[in-house]
Design a binder for this molecule. Structure first.
Ligand SMILES: C=C(O[C@@H]1C=C(C(=O)O)C=C[C@H]1O)C(=O)O
Length: 266
């Protein structure tokens, strides 16, 4: 019917030519974006913001907007990985951004989750003690990533460290596996419109009884970890440290220790 030639697949040479042209365009845009790192840092300084430049809420909004944009072939995982790398590189050129990881007996998975979330630009050290990772997170431009393991309640220490907050749960896609680690830093956590809050209690009640006790105040809680008389819950939504909805919550020693965007594929 005379259309065979039109339907013939492009030659390898032709496809490679198109790939090379696209790489050129991508590099131009990547270079333009990267060149703004200095301007971002200067704008933050000019606004009187001399602290850690990480903005987890802004990063989540950027990724959510990209994931909502029309695409034909680039999958969610590709978009997330590439932009995490780009944004971490940007941040690492704004200041001495560095990572410390505690992963329990086998830190392999926690290190993998850390690189997936924070890219390869910042330097990373694995430390044998959770408390040392919390210490590193308190140094300028430091982020600590700590595993949720059944034998540690490192997260309970944050009740006494109001400046140090959980700001991310890793991984950020359900299809990459269950949330297995939390990231902490001295950063402001802001609501993004799709958040979970981390809350600790010393209540001796069962996790199920605590979930039930919170529900009449409209708090949907999910147990995350329990160790050494403390329990960690993920609450659906964004809660301030002194949120009224938690006023009657079970426990003598209780508190919000941070908040993070919910996974992108929820
Ligand atoms: C550029 C900024 O700093 C960091 C890098 C970002 C980026 O590359 O888009 C976004 C948020 C921050 O973690 C910013 O605050 O806008």
């Amino acid at each position: 019917m005379g259309t065979d030639a039109a339907k013939a697949p492009p030659s390898l040479e032709e496809v490679r030519w198109r790939l090379d042209a696209i790489d050129g365009e991508l590099l131009k845009l990547l270079d333009e974006r990267a060149s703004l790192a200095g301007s971002v840092a200067a704008a933050k300084r000019a606004a009187g913001d001399t602290g850690f430049g990480l903005r987890p809420g802004r990063e989540a909004l950027i990724i959510r907007r990209l994931l909502a944009a029309p695409r034909s072939a680039a999958n969610d995982a590709l978009v997330i990985r590439i932009w995490r790398e780009i944004m971490s590189d940007n941040l690492s050129r704004q200041g001495p951004y560095h990572l410390a990881v505690w992963g329990g007996k086998d830190p392999t998975r926690t290190v993998e989750l850390t690189r997936l979330r924070f890219g390869t630009a910042p330097r990373l050290q694995v430390l044998p003690e959770a408390k040392d990772v919390l210490g590193a997170a308190k140094t300028p431009w430091g982020v600590g990533v700590l595993a949720l393991t059944p034998d540690s309640n490192w997260w309970g220490r944050l009740l006494a460290e109001p400046k140090l907050k959980v700001f991310a749960a890793l991984p950020c896609l359900n299809r990459w596996g269950p949330q297995a680690a939390l990231a902490v830093a001295e950063v402001e956590v802001e609501p993004t419109g799709g958040d979970q809050t981390f809350w600790v209690t010393d209540s001796p009640k069962s996790a199920a009884a605590i979930v039930e006790a919170l529900s009449p105040s409209g708090v949907a809680a999910e147990p995350l970890a329990a160790s050494g008389g403390l329990k960690l819950f993920s609450l659906s939504g964004f809660f301030q440290v002194n949120d009224e909805r938690l006023a009657q919550a079970p426990g003598k020693l209780t508190g919000v220790i941070g908040a993070a965007p919910t996974p992108f594929d929820l």
